[in-house]
Ligand binder design. Structure first.
Ligand code: DAH
Length: 341
């Protein structure tokens, strides 16, 4: 039988000289592996006289425990050493602050749109999405704008090569789609989306822009309801002390029609560059849905009434953030857009 004391001593001594994980593995194979010295010795115990076996077995198992825990300790020490060596030799300094990946964010117009949705949701309006490509009938005629109507001049338009098909010039044709979908129930919706007009691009107009249309249809709806919801909207959007004023206006699809202004948040109504020294900023058009439009949507104007309005989110953003050029929104200059992250 092998001398266990001598085996243990030799193994421990060799282990002390091991300096790498490869050396460690070789040592493990030599002593504790399947063909290792200790394993072989353990196997040899079976050949001993029966009386010697228990003592020999016990001693061999002690040695196995000693060698195993010595191995584990050495393994840990070698790992720590090699980590320290790596940190020493490489230029990675884990104490330096990391470089955070740059995160994107919603475009400022989408943020404004979501603000608008949230404010109208409080008042029971849901969002109704309709098409961006319209026909002449829905974009104009159903809204009380016949082919020879002078109001068409305001909406000089992108026509497609298919006769009568155009990019919508406003979200108002969505009113007809909504009425036909909800008829004969009362309802209130907002209709957001992109609109297109063939226009000279200036600081105040773009050929693509957004609108949010509003439409409420039911019985006994009045201009007072329109004023009330718009006032609530303006205060939520621009601050609780904002005032709203209505001016008489004209749209073919509403009667009576109005335009609404908020008092200028920058100068508080005293007059400044942003409000062109009037103290007021126009934010939307609206009015009571014209009886002809109600009928085109399937609602009997003798029984039903409704209000409608249309506003431009780009315009709201200009006012809210005091921006002076609408072209900045779509010029894709990240230095501008990042301010709204
Ligand atoms: N569609 C109009 C425009 O593009 C805005 C508008 C005015 C919408 C009055 C309405 C409304 O619903 O009642 O200028």
């Amino acid at each position: 039988m092998v001398d266990m004391d001598q085996l243990q001593q030799r193994a421990l001594q060799e282990l002390e000289d091991v300096g790498s994980s490869e050396g460690l593995e070789a040592w493990r194979q030599a002593y504790l592996g399947r063909a290792g010295e200790l394993t072989t010795a353990l196997r040899g115990i079976g050949q001993l006289p029966a009386a010697e076996r228990p003592a020999a077995g016990q001693r061999a198992n002690q040695v196995r425990q000693v060698l195993t825990s010595a191995f584990e300790a050495r393994e840990k020490a070698i790992e720590a050493q090699s980590l320290a060596a790596m940190l020493e030799s490489s230029s990675l300094d884990v104490r330096l602050p990391g470089r955070p990946p740059s995160l994107g964010h919603l475009h400022v117009i989408n943020q404004v749109l979501r603000d608008v949705y949230a404010i109208f949701a409080q008042m029971g309006f849901s969002v109704f999405q309709t098409r961006e490509v319209e026909d002449d009938t829905t974009n104009f005629q159903m809204l009380n704008i016949p082919p020879d109507h002078p109001a068409r001049d305001m909406w000089s338009t992108f026509y497609t090569t298919t006769p009568g098909v155009l990019l919508r010039t406003h979200t108002s044709p969505g009113q007809v789609h909504a009425m036909r979908q909800f008829h004969p129930d009362p309802f209130r919706v907002i209709l957001p989306g992109k609109c297109y007009r063939y226009e000279q691009v200036t600081t105040r107009s773009e050929y693509m822009f957004h609108q949010v249309e509003g439409l409420a249809i039911g019985q006994h709806i009045t201009m007072g309801d329109l004023k009330g919801i718009l006032e609530h909207f303006a205060r939520q959007m621009f601050g609780p002390e904002r005032r709203l004023r209505f001016r008489a206006s004209y749209f073919p699809f509403t009667e009576p029609s109005a335009e609404a202004d908020v008092d200028c948040a920058i100068c508080g109504g005293k007059g400044c560059q942003l409000c062109k020294h009037t103290g007021w900023l126009e934010i939307l058009g609206g009015g009571m849905v014209h009886p002809t439009v109600l009928a085109n949507g399937g609602y009997d104007p003798a029984i039903y009434s409704g209000f409608a309005f249309g506003m431009g989110p780009e315009r709201l953003a200009l006012l809210k953030y005091g921006i002076n050029d609408i072209r900045l929104f779509y010029a894709n200059d990240v230095r501008f857009l990042q301010q709204f992250g």
